[in-house]
Design a protein around this ligand. Sequence first.
Ligand SMILES: C[S@@+](CC[C@H](N)C(=O)[O-])C[C@H]1O[C@@H](n2cnc3c(N)ncnc32)[C@H](O)[C@@H]1O
Length: 307
Amino acid sequence: MNDSPHQPVLYKEIIHALQPHDGGRYVDGTLGAGGHARGIMEASAPDGRLLGLDVDPQALALARKNLAPYEQRIHLAQASYTSLTPQLAQLQWEAVDGILLDLGASSMQFDTPERGFSFLQDAPLDMRFGPHVSQTAADLVNEYSERELADLIYQYGEERDSRKIARAIVKARPLHTTRELVAVIESVSPRRGDRVHPATRTFQALRIAVNEELASIKEVLPQAVAVLRSSGRLAVISFHSLEDRIVKDFFREQSKDLVNPPYERIYEEERKATLKEVNRKPIMPSDDEIKSNPRARSAKLRVAEKL
Ligand SMILES: C[S@@+](CC[C@H](N)C(=O)[O-])C[C@H]1O[C@@H](n2cnc3c(N)ncnc32)[C@H](O)[C@@H]1O
Protein backbone atom coordinates (compact mmCIF):
# COMPACT_ATOMS: atom_id res chain seq x y z
CA MET A 1 0.00 0.00 0.00
CA ASN A 2 2.56 2.63 0.88
CA ASP A 3 5.41 3.02 -1.58
CA SER A 4 8.07 2.24 0.98
CA PRO A 5 9.62 -1.24 0.86
CA HIS A 6 9.21 -1.55 4.62
CA GLN A 7 6.53 -1.36 7.21
CA PRO A 8 7.08 2.01 8.96
CA VAL A 9 9.44 1.86 11.93
CA LEU A 10 7.87 0.53 15.16
CA TYR A 11 4.50 0.30 13.43
CA LYS A 12 2.74 -2.08 15.82
CA GLU A 13 4.25 -0.28 18.80
CA ILE A 14 2.91 3.08 17.59
CA ILE A 15 -0.62 1.75 17.15
CA HIS A 16 -0.42 0.12 20.56
CA ALA A 17 0.89 3.36 22.10
CA LEU A 18 -1.67 5.70 20.56
CA GLN A 19 -4.62 3.33 21.02
CA PRO A 20 -6.62 4.99 18.23
CA HIS A 21 -10.38 4.64 18.65
CA ASP A 22 -13.48 5.34 16.65
CA GLY A 23 -14.31 9.03 16.72
CA GLY A 24 -10.87 10.06 18.04
CA ARG A 25 -8.81 12.92 16.63
CA TYR A 26 -5.16 12.38 15.84
CA VAL A 27 -2.18 14.28 14.49
CA ASP A 28 0.67 12.80 12.50
CA GLY A 29 3.17 15.66 12.51
CA THR A 30 5.65 13.86 10.25
CA LEU A 31 3.46 12.16 7.68
CA GLY A 32 6.17 10.85 5.31
CA ALA A 33 4.63 8.15 3.10
CA GLY A 34 1.66 7.90 5.45
CA GLY A 35 2.44 4.40 6.76
CA HIS A 36 1.76 5.10 10.43
CA ALA A 37 -1.15 7.35 9.45
CA ARG A 38 -2.78 4.47 7.59
CA GLY A 39 -2.59 2.34 10.74
CA ILE A 40 -4.17 5.15 12.76
CA MET A 41 -6.98 5.48 10.22
CA GLU A 42 -7.66 1.74 10.22
CA ALA A 43 -7.66 1.51 13.99
CA SER A 44 -9.92 4.54 14.41
CA ALA A 45 -12.51 3.53 11.77
CA PRO A 46 -15.18 4.42 10.94
CA ASP A 47 -15.09 7.95 12.32
CA GLY A 48 -11.59 8.74 13.61
CA ARG A 49 -10.00 11.81 12.05
CA LEU A 50 -6.42 12.74 11.33
CA LEU A 51 -4.47 15.91 10.66
CA GLY A 52 -1.31 14.99 8.74
CA LEU A 53 1.57 17.44 8.35
CA ASP A 54 4.79 17.33 6.38
CA VAL A 55 7.04 20.09 5.09
CA ASP A 56 8.01 18.04 2.05
CA PRO A 57 5.62 18.39 -0.91
CA GLN A 58 6.87 15.07 -2.36
CA ALA A 59 6.07 13.25 0.88
CA LEU A 60 2.67 14.85 1.00
CA ALA A 61 1.84 13.78 -2.57
CA LEU A 62 2.87 10.22 -1.75
CA ALA A 63 0.88 10.19 1.48
CA ARG A 64 -2.17 11.58 -0.29
CA LYS A 65 -2.02 8.67 -2.71
CA ASN A 66 -1.42 6.06 -0.01
CA LEU A 67 -4.18 7.43 2.19
CA ALA A 68 -6.77 7.84 -0.60
CA PRO A 69 -9.14 5.25 0.96
CA TYR A 70 -9.46 7.44 4.06
CA GLU A 71 -9.67 10.75 2.24
CA GLN A 72 -12.98 11.71 3.89
CA ARG A 73 -11.47 11.54 7.35
CA ILE A 74 -8.10 13.21 6.84
CA HIS A 75 -6.79 16.74 6.48
CA LEU A 76 -3.32 17.06 5.00
CA ALA A 77 -1.22 20.22 5.04
CA GLN A 78 2.23 21.15 3.83
CA ALA A 79 3.36 22.67 7.07
CA SER A 80 5.86 22.20 9.85
CA TYR A 81 4.81 20.43 13.02
CA THR A 82 6.07 23.56 14.77
CA SER A 83 2.84 25.19 13.54
CA LEU A 84 0.73 22.57 15.32
CA THR A 85 -1.30 25.10 17.32
CA PRO A 86 -2.41 27.29 14.37
CA GLN A 87 -3.01 24.20 12.20
CA LEU A 88 -5.41 22.80 14.77
CA ALA A 89 -7.05 26.19 15.25
CA GLN A 90 -7.81 26.25 11.52
CA LEU A 91 -9.70 22.99 11.86
CA GLN A 92 -11.33 24.25 15.05
CA TRP A 93 -10.05 21.20 16.90
CA GLU A 94 -9.67 22.22 20.50
CA ALA A 95 -8.08 19.01 21.71
CA VAL A 96 -6.75 15.77 20.23
CA ASP A 97 -6.47 12.17 21.41
CA GLY A 98 -3.04 11.33 20.07
CA ILE A 99 0.00 12.87 18.40
CA LEU A 100 2.79 11.10 16.54
CA LEU A 101 6.20 12.52 15.67
CA ASP A 102 8.47 10.17 13.71
CA LEU A 103 11.53 12.39 13.46
CA GLY A 104 14.26 12.71 10.86
CA ALA A 105 14.35 11.93 7.17
CA SER A 106 12.17 9.33 5.45
CA SER A 107 13.31 6.36 3.35
CA MET A 108 11.90 8.18 0.35
CA GLN A 109 14.12 11.19 1.06
CA PHE A 110 17.24 9.07 1.65
CA ASP A 111 16.56 7.07 -1.49
CA THR A 112 16.00 10.08 -3.77
CA PRO A 113 19.61 10.87 -4.76
CA GLU A 114 19.01 14.46 -5.85
CA ARG A 115 17.82 15.41 -2.34
CA GLY A 116 21.44 15.08 -1.18
CA PHE A 117 20.72 13.19 2.08
CA SER A 118 22.75 10.12 1.22
CA PHE A 119 26.53 9.96 1.18
CA LEU A 120 26.25 6.84 -0.97
CA GLN A 121 24.84 8.71 -3.97
CA ASP A 122 26.28 11.67 -5.84
CA ALA A 123 24.01 14.70 -5.76
CA PRO A 124 24.01 18.44 -5.03
CA LEU A 125 24.55 19.23 -1.31
CA ASP A 126 20.95 20.10 -0.53
CA MET A 127 19.40 18.18 2.45
CA ARG A 128 16.40 20.46 2.88
CA PHE A 129 13.25 18.69 4.07
CA GLY A 130 11.13 21.23 2.26
CA PRO A 131 11.19 24.42 0.20
CA HIS A 132 10.54 26.60 3.28
CA VAL A 133 14.11 25.96 4.48
CA SER A 134 16.27 28.87 3.45
CA GLN A 135 19.76 27.40 3.41
CA THR A 136 21.14 24.23 1.85
CA ALA A 137 23.98 22.05 3.08
CA ALA A 138 26.16 23.65 0.36
CA ASP A 139 25.48 27.08 1.87
CA LEU A 140 26.67 25.93 5.30
CA VAL A 141 29.69 24.05 4.00
CA ASN A 142 30.85 26.96 1.84
CA GLU A 143 29.98 29.92 4.06
CA TYR A 144 30.56 28.90 7.68
CA SER A 145 33.90 29.63 9.26
CA GLU A 146 36.17 26.71 10.09
CA ARG A 147 35.31 27.13 13.76
CA GLU A 148 31.57 27.18 13.11
CA LEU A 149 31.81 24.07 10.96
CA ALA A 150 33.89 22.23 13.54
CA ASP A 151 31.38 23.09 16.29
CA LEU A 152 28.42 22.07 14.14
CA ILE A 153 29.98 18.72 13.18
CA TYR A 154 30.98 18.06 16.78
CA GLN A 155 27.69 19.08 18.40
CA TYR A 156 25.19 17.66 15.92
CA GLY A 157 27.28 14.77 14.62
CA GLU A 158 29.11 13.84 17.83
CA GLU A 159 32.10 13.39 15.49
CA ARG A 160 35.49 13.22 17.20
CA ASP A 161 37.33 14.20 14.00
CA SER A 162 35.25 17.38 13.67
CA ARG A 163 38.22 19.76 13.69
CA LYS A 164 40.17 17.82 11.08
CA ILE A 165 37.10 17.55 8.88
CA ALA A 166 36.27 21.26 9.20
CA ARG A 167 39.85 22.21 8.31
CA ALA A 168 39.80 19.95 5.24
CA ILE A 169 36.42 21.30 4.11
CA VAL A 170 37.63 24.89 4.31
CA LYS A 171 40.76 24.00 2.35
CA ALA A 172 38.85 22.17 -0.39
CA ARG A 173 35.88 24.48 -0.86
CA PRO A 174 33.82 25.42 -2.75
CA LEU A 175 32.14 22.03 -2.47
CA HIS A 176 28.97 21.41 -4.43
CA THR A 177 28.22 17.70 -4.33
CA THR A 178 27.87 14.90 -1.82
CA ARG A 179 30.68 12.99 -3.52
CA GLU A 180 33.09 15.92 -3.16
CA LEU A 181 32.24 16.20 0.53
CA VAL A 182 32.62 12.44 1.10
CA ALA A 183 36.06 12.52 -0.55
CA VAL A 184 37.18 15.36 1.75
CA ILE A 185 35.95 13.53 4.86
CA GLU A 186 37.57 10.25 3.78
CA SER A 187 40.88 12.01 3.21
CA VAL A 188 41.18 12.96 6.90
CA SER A 189 38.92 10.47 8.67
CA PRO A 190 39.53 7.02 7.26
CA ARG A 191 37.35 4.01 8.08
CA ARG A 192 38.08 2.76 11.58
CA GLY A 193 36.93 -0.78 11.09
CA ASP A 194 33.52 -0.10 12.62
CA ARG A 195 30.40 -0.44 10.53
CA VAL A 196 29.77 3.27 10.33
CA HIS A 197 30.91 5.10 7.20
CA PRO A 198 33.22 8.04 8.08
CA ALA A 199 30.79 10.51 6.45
CA THR A 200 27.77 9.37 8.49
CA ARG A 201 28.16 11.80 11.37
CA THR A 202 29.05 14.85 9.27
CA PHE A 203 26.03 14.24 7.02
CA GLN A 204 23.79 13.86 10.07
CA ALA A 205 25.16 17.09 11.52
CA LEU A 206 24.57 19.05 8.32
CA ARG A 207 21.03 17.72 7.95
CA ILE A 208 20.16 18.65 11.53
CA ALA A 209 21.60 22.15 11.08
CA VAL A 210 20.04 22.80 7.66
CA ASN A 211 16.57 21.89 8.93
CA GLU A 212 17.01 23.27 12.47
CA GLU A 213 15.72 19.92 13.68
CA LEU A 214 16.56 20.19 17.37
CA ALA A 215 15.02 23.64 17.73
CA SER A 216 11.89 22.36 15.99
CA ILE A 217 11.50 19.48 18.43
CA LYS A 218 11.89 21.84 21.38
CA GLU A 219 9.27 24.10 19.86
CA VAL A 220 6.64 21.43 19.21
CA LEU A 221 6.70 19.46 22.48
CA PRO A 222 4.98 22.09 24.70
CA GLN A 223 2.41 22.72 21.96
CA ALA A 224 1.68 18.99 21.79
CA VAL A 225 1.10 18.79 25.54
CA ALA A 226 -1.18 21.83 25.43
CA VAL A 227 -3.46 20.38 22.74
CA LEU A 228 -3.74 16.82 24.07
CA ARG A 229 -6.89 16.00 25.92
CA SER A 230 -6.59 14.29 29.29
CA SER A 231 -5.42 10.65 28.73
CA GLY A 232 -4.36 11.59 25.19
CA ARG A 233 -0.97 10.29 24.16
CA LEU A 234 2.15 11.70 22.58
CA ALA A 235 4.47 9.23 20.83
CA VAL A 236 7.88 10.32 19.55
CA ILE A 237 10.30 8.20 17.56
CA SER A 238 13.85 9.55 17.46
CA PHE A 239 16.88 8.26 15.62
CA HIS A 240 19.84 9.69 17.46
CA SER A 241 20.79 10.54 20.98
CA LEU A 242 20.49 14.32 20.58
CA GLU A 243 16.81 14.08 19.65
CA ASP A 244 16.12 11.40 22.21
CA ARG A 245 17.68 13.45 25.00
CA ILE A 246 15.39 16.40 24.26
CA VAL A 247 12.31 14.17 24.35
CA LYS A 248 13.47 12.29 27.44
CA ASP A 249 14.29 15.46 29.39
CA PHE A 250 11.00 17.08 28.42
CA PHE A 251 8.95 14.04 29.46
CA ARG A 252 10.82 13.77 32.78
CA GLU A 253 10.43 17.46 33.49
CA GLN A 254 6.73 17.50 32.69
CA SER A 255 6.13 14.38 34.81
CA LYS A 256 7.09 16.21 37.99
CA ASP A 257 5.30 18.86 39.99
CA LEU A 258 7.44 21.98 40.13
CA VAL A 259 7.18 23.19 43.70
CA ASN A 260 9.60 25.71 45.08
CA PRO A 261 11.55 26.20 41.85
CA PRO A 262 15.29 25.86 42.48
CA TYR A 263 17.43 28.98 42.62
CA GLU A 264 18.50 28.90 38.98
CA ARG A 265 14.83 28.68 37.91
CA ILE A 266 13.53 31.22 40.35
CA TYR A 267 11.47 32.97 37.67
CA GLU A 268 9.39 29.88 36.92
CA GLU A 269 6.02 29.51 38.52
CA GLU A 270 5.04 26.49 40.53
CA ARG A 271 3.11 24.09 38.37
CA LYS A 272 1.61 20.63 38.41
CA ALA A 273 2.94 17.78 36.31
CA THR A 274 1.25 17.62 32.89
CA LEU A 275 2.42 14.20 31.68
CA LYS A 276 2.90 10.64 32.83
CA GLU A 277 5.57 8.58 31.08
CA VAL A 278 3.98 5.40 29.76
CA ASN A 279 7.33 3.60 29.57
CA ARG A 280 10.26 4.60 31.70
CA LYS A 281 12.67 3.09 29.14
CA PRO A 282 12.37 3.82 25.42
CA ILE A 283 10.81 1.14 23.23
CA MET A 284 13.20 -0.22 20.59
CA PRO A 285 12.57 -2.27 17.45
CA SER A 286 12.70 -6.05 17.74
CA ASP A 287 15.61 -8.02 16.27
CA ASP A 288 13.26 -9.20 13.52
CA GLU A 289 12.39 -5.63 12.58
CA ILE A 290 16.06 -4.61 12.49
CA LYS A 291 16.86 -7.64 10.35
CA SER A 292 14.24 -6.72 7.77
CA ASN A 293 14.88 -2.95 8.01
CA PRO A 294 18.41 -2.05 9.18
CA ARG A 295 17.49 1.66 9.23
CA ALA A 296 15.27 0.92 12.22
CA ARG A 297 18.23 -0.05 14.38
CA SER A 298 18.72 3.29 16.10
CA ALA A 299 15.02 4.08 16.58
CA LYS A 300 13.73 4.83 20.08
CA LEU A 301 10.10 5.39 20.92
CA ARG A 302 9.00 7.37 23.95
CA VAL A 303 5.36 7.65 24.89
CA ALA A 304 3.72 9.96 27.41
CA GLU A 305 0.12 10.42 28.50
CA LYS A 306 -1.50 13.73 29.33
CA LEU A 307 -2.66 13.92 32.92
C1 LIG B 1 10.77 9.39 9.29
S1 LIG B 1 9.75 10.24 8.17
C2 LIG B 1 8.13 9.77 8.64
C3 LIG B 1 7.64 8.47 8.06
C4 LIG B 1 6.19 8.18 8.35
N1 LIG B 1 5.95 7.98 9.76
C5 LIG B 1 5.66 7.02 7.56
O1 LIG B 1 4.96 6.17 8.13
O2 LIG B 1 5.92 6.95 6.35
C6 LIG B 1 9.86 11.90 8.72
C7 LIG B 1 9.09 12.91 7.88
O3 LIG B 1 9.03 14.12 8.65
C8 LIG B 1 9.12 15.21 7.79
N2 LIG B 1 9.54 16.38 8.58
C9 LIG B 1 10.77 16.69 9.03
N3 LIG B 1 10.75 17.84 9.74
C10 LIG B 1 9.45 18.24 9.76
C11 LIG B 1 8.77 19.34 10.34
N4 LIG B 1 9.41 20.28 11.05
N5 LIG B 1 7.43 19.43 10.17
C12 LIG B 1 6.75 18.49 9.45
N6 LIG B 1 7.35 17.43 8.86
C13 LIG B 1 8.68 17.30 9.02
C14 LIG B 1 10.11 14.78 6.74
O4 LIG B 1 9.92 15.55 5.57
C15 LIG B 1 9.74 13.28 6.57
O5 LIG B 1 8.83 13.12 5.52
